[in-house]
Write a protein that binds this ligand. Structure first.
Ligand SMILES: Cc1cc2nc3c(=O)[nH]c(=O)nc-3n(C[C@H](O)[C@H](O)[C@H](O)COP(=O)(O)OP(=O)(O)OC[C@H]3O[C@@H](n4cnc5c(N)ncnc54)[C@H](O)[C@@H]3O)c2cc1C
Length: 440
C-alpha cells in the first residue's frame, strides 16, 4: 500500500515508522516548516539546543517514547533528573508538590493533609478507571480530600487546565495523571525538536518520504476506493490516508465525511494554549523550583516554568529561560490580542515570584498560541472517544482526542501512532477495506 500521513507530529511520525517497518510505502505531509507538532521547538541565535514552544518533559513511566528512542538508536539522547514542582501561594510562599512537602504544609489542618495524601495513594493503587469516569473529578476529590484540601490543591489544577469546563471533567482524568507519572522528569539532548528530527531522518533512511511546509488542503475518495491528497494544487493518489491531527483538521480536509460524524467531531470540547517564553539575563526562581503553579486568582496564567532550572543554561548561551503558560478556551481574547499586549500583561506578574525582578533582565520574549491543545473529558467520556477508523473506508484518524483515559502527551502520541498503524495493517490483513486498490 501507499499510505499518506497528514501531520508530522509524534503520532504521524510514529505511524510512518511502523508502516514503513511493515514494508508499506509512506508519505508524510506536514503543514509547518518543521517536524514535531505541538512539541516542536525553536532556536535563538547563540543557543545550541532548540527549546519547545510549549514546555515539555517526559516521565520515566513513558514507555512508548522511551522504547521508540531506543529502537531508532536515539536512546542516548534521553536523560532524566529530579525536579521540584511547587504550589505558589501568595500568603505562604512555595510548597513542593510531593508527599513530604504536602504532609508538612503548615497552613492546612493535619486531617486535610492526610486526606489529600490518602487520595494520592488511592489513585496510585487503583487500577480501574471505568468507575471513576462516571463521576466528576470535583465530586470525587471533595469526597476523598475534603473541601479545604480540594480548594487548596485540586481546584487550581482543574480550573487552570479546563477553565469553564473544570466542573465537567471526570475523575478518571485526574486518576490517569497521578497513576502514571514519575517524580523524575526526562528530556532529550537538543530538545524534543532534535528527537523529532532524528525520528524523521530515521524514517527517511528507511525509505519514507516527508514533505515539510506542505499543508494538505483536501482529501477526496475516488470511485475506485483510492484517495487523492491535495497539498498545494498537486493532487497525489494513495491507497490509505491517516489524518494525524486535530478533529477540526480532519473535518475541514474531508468534506465527504458523513454529517453526523462531522457533527460528533465538532462537538468534542477542547482548550487552547497560550505560552510566553522569556529569555532572562538572571535566574528568576532562585530556589531552584522548575515548575510553579501560581493561584489563578492572583496570577494571569496557570504555570510558571523555569526551564533552565531543569536543563543547564549553557545549552542556551547562558540565557535563563522561563515559560508562562495557560490553557484557555479558543475564543479567549488572548488568541486575538497583539503579542505585545499579552506579553505586557503577563510580564507584569513576574515581581510576584521574585521581588528583585527588573524588566532590564529581559533579553527577548516570544508568544506562542495553539487553539487545539487539550481535550476536555467529561463524565462517561469513553463513549465520545473517536474510533481510529472513520466511516470512510481507507481513511483513518488519530488525534489528541483518541488518547484516553491518559492525559495527552508525546508518549501517548507515540502509542497512538503505533495503534493506528496496527489498525491499518490488521484491517488490510483481514481484507476489510471493501474496494480493491489500483496500482498507483
Ligand atoms: C502547553 C503544552 C504543554 C505540553 N506539555 C507536554 C509535556 O510536558 N510532555 C509531553 O509529553 N507532552 C506535552 N504536551 C502534549 C504533546 O505536545 C502532544 O500530546 C503531542 O505532541 C501530540 O502529538 P500529535 O502528533 O498527536 O499531534 P500534533 O503535535 O498536534 O501534530 C499534528 C500535526 O499536524 C500538522 N497539520 C495540521 N494541519 C495540517 C494540514 N492541513 N496538512 C499537513 N499537516 C497538518 C500540524 O502542523 C502538526 O504538526 C504539551 C502540549 C501543550 C500544548
Amino acid at each position: 500500500m501507499h499510505i499518506a500521513i497528514i501531520g508530522g507530529g509524534f503520532a504521524g511520525l510514529t505511524a510512518a515508522h511502523e508502516l514503513r517497518a511493515a514494508g508499506q510505502q509512506v508519505t508524510v505531509f506536514e503543514a509547518g516548516p518543521q517536524l514535531g507538532g505541538l512539541a516542536a521547538g525553536f532556536k535563538a541565535p547563540g543557543w545550541d539546543w532548540a527549546l519547545e514552544k510549549f514546555y515539555h518533559h517526559i516521565f520515566q513511566t513513558d514507555k512508548a517514547i522511551i522504547g521508540l528512542a531506543k529502537t531508532i538508536g536515539a536512546g542516548e539522547m534521553l536523560f532524566f533528573n529530579q525536579q521540584t514542582t511547587a504550589f505558589l501561594c501568595p500568603e505562604h510562599g512555595a510548597h513542593p508538590v510531593s508527599i513530604p512537602g504536602i504532609l508538612t504544609f503548615p497552613h492546612l489542618p493535619l486531617i486535610d493533609r492526610l486526606r489529600y495524601g490518602l487520595t494520592l495513594a488511592q489513585f496510585k493503587l487503583r487500577r480501574d478507571w471505568q468507575r471513576l469516569e462516571q463521576t466528576t473529578a470535583e465530586r470525587h476529590l471533595r469526597r476523598w480530600s475534603g473541601d479545604r484540601a480540594y480548594k487548596q490543591y485540586w481546584e487550581p489544577l482543574l480550573v487552570g487546565k479546563f477553565g469553564p469546563y473544570a466542573g465537567e471533567v471526570n475523575a478518571a482524568w485526574i486518576w490517569a495523571r497521578i497513576k502514571t507519572r514519575s517524580f523524575k522528569l526526562g528530556y532529550f539532548k537538543g530538545g524534543f525538536q532534535a528527537f523529532a528530527d532524528a525520528l524523521g531522518s530515521y524514517i527517511e533512511r528507511q525509505g519514507a518520504t516527508i514533505h515539510l511546509a506542505q499543508p494538505v488542503q483536501r482529501v477526496e475518495r475516488a470511485d475506485d476506493g483510492t484517495w487523492t491528497v491535495d497539498a498545494g494544487g498537486a493532487p497525489r493518489r494513495f491507497d490509505r490516508v491517516i489524518v494525524a491531527s486535530a478533529p477540526g483538521v480532519l473535518t475541514k480536509l474531508v468534506p465527504s465525511l458523513p454529517r453526523d460524524y462531522t457533527a460528533r467531531m465538532t462537538a468534542l470540547k477542547s482548550m487552547g494554549a497560550v505560552v510566553m517564553v522569556v529569555a532572562l539575563r538572571q535566574q528568576l526562581l532562585t530556589n531552584g523550583v522548575y515548575w510553579y503553579m501560581p493561584p489563578k486568582e492572583h496570577f494571569p496564567y496557570l504555570a510558571l516554568v523555569e526551564h533552565t532550572n531543569m536543563i543547564s543554561p549553557q545549552h542556551y548561551g547562558g540565557d535563563r529561560l522561563i515559560y508562562c503558560g495557560d490553557y484557555l478556551p479558543a475564543d479567549h481574547r488572548y488568541f486575538t490580542m497583539p503579542d505585545e499586549d499579552v506579553k505586557q500583561e503577563w510580564l507584569s506578574a513576574l515581581p510576584q515570584v521574585n521581588r528583585d525582578f527588573h524588566p532590564g533582565w529581559i533579553k527577548q520574549s516570544w508568544l506562542f498560541r495553539e487553539r487545539y491543545a487539550q481535550p476536555v473529558v467529561p463524565v462517561d467520556h469513553s463513549r465520545n472517544v473517536p474510533s481510529l477508523r472513520t466511516p470512510l473506508d481507507g481513511l483513518y484518524f488519530a488525534s489528541l482526542a483518541h488518547v484516553y483515559p491518559w492525559d495527552r502527551g508525546t508518549n501517548f502520541a507515540v502509542e497512538l501512532g503505533q495503534r493506528v498503524a496496527r489498525e491499518v495493517l490488521e484491517q488490510e490483513a483481514r481484507g476489510e477495506n471493501k474496494e480493491q486498490r489500483t496500482e498507483i
